[in-house]
Design a protein around this ligand. Structure first.
Ligand code: ADP
Length: 161
C-alpha cells in the first residue's frame, strides 16, 4: 500500500487544499495530510489550530489522516515510510518554487517521488494568504473555506479590531 504525504502550512486549510486531497484519495489508498509547524512563515493560526481545523473538515474521509511535523520534509517522509509527496499546482507562478522543492527533496531522498495535482478551475486563484487578507478586511470567504474555518477566521481577526 503506497502511503502519500500532502505537506503544507495549511494556514488555514482552504477548499483548494481539500480539492487536492479528495483527488489524491482517488489515486492512493492512504493520504497523510502533514501540517508543517513552519515558524518561518509566522502562521496566523497555531499548529494545533491548523491541525484541528483540518481534522474537523476531513473527518469523513476514512483514507485521510492529519498529522503535524516540524522536521525536514524528506526526513519526516522517511519516518512515515511515505514514497510519494503530493503538491498542488495552481498556475505557472507556482512552478518555479515547486520545481526547486521537488529537486531538493529528490537530492535529499532519491526514493521519494513528487506528484503534482491541479485543482478544479474555481480554485486556481485560491490561496491561504488571499483568504487571510480577505477575512482580515471583513470580506466574505464562504465560497473559499469550510464554515468552521470561516468561524475561526472571524474569531481570529475580530481580536485585531
Ligand atoms: P506551503 O507553505 O508548503 O506552500 P500551503 O498550505 O500554502 O503550504 O500549500 C500546500 C500545497 O498546496 C502547495 O503545493 C500549494 O501549491 C498547494 N495549494 C495551495 N492552495 C491550493 C489551491 N487552491 N489549489 C491547489 N493547490 C493548492
Amino acid at each position: 500500500m503506497v502511503t502519500v504525504l500532502y505537506p503544507g502550512t495549511f494556514d488555514p486549510i482552504t477548499n483548494g487544499h481539500t480539492d487536492i486531497i479528495v483527488r489524491a484519495t482517488k489515486l492512493f489508498k492512504r493520504v497523510i495530510v502533514a501540517i508543517a509547524a513552519n515558524p518561518g512563515k509566522s502562521p496566523v493560526f497555531s499548529l494545533e489550530q491548523r491541525v484541528r481545523l483540518a481534522q474537523t473538515i476531513l473527518g469523513d474521509l476514512t483514507q485521510v489522516e492529519v498529522v503535524q511535523f516540524s522536521e525536514l520534509l524528506s526526513k519526516f517522509a522517511r519516518s512515515m515510510e511515505a514514497k510519494v509527496i503530493i503538491r498542488g499546482l495552481r498556475a505557472v507562478s507556482d512552478f518555479d518554487y515547486e520545481f526547486q522543492l521537488a529537486g531538493m527533496n529528490r537530492r535529499l531522498a532519491p526514493e521519494l517521488e513528487t506528484v503534482f495535482l491541479t485543482p478544479a478551475e474555481q480554485y486556481t486563484f485560491l490561496s491561504s494568504s488571499v483568504v487571510r487578507e480577505v477575512a482580515a478586511l471583513g470580506g466574505d470567504v464562504s465560497a473559499f473555506v469550510h464554515p468552521v474555518v470561516k468561524t475561526a477566521l472571524s474569531e481570529r481577526f475580530s481580536k485585531n479590531i
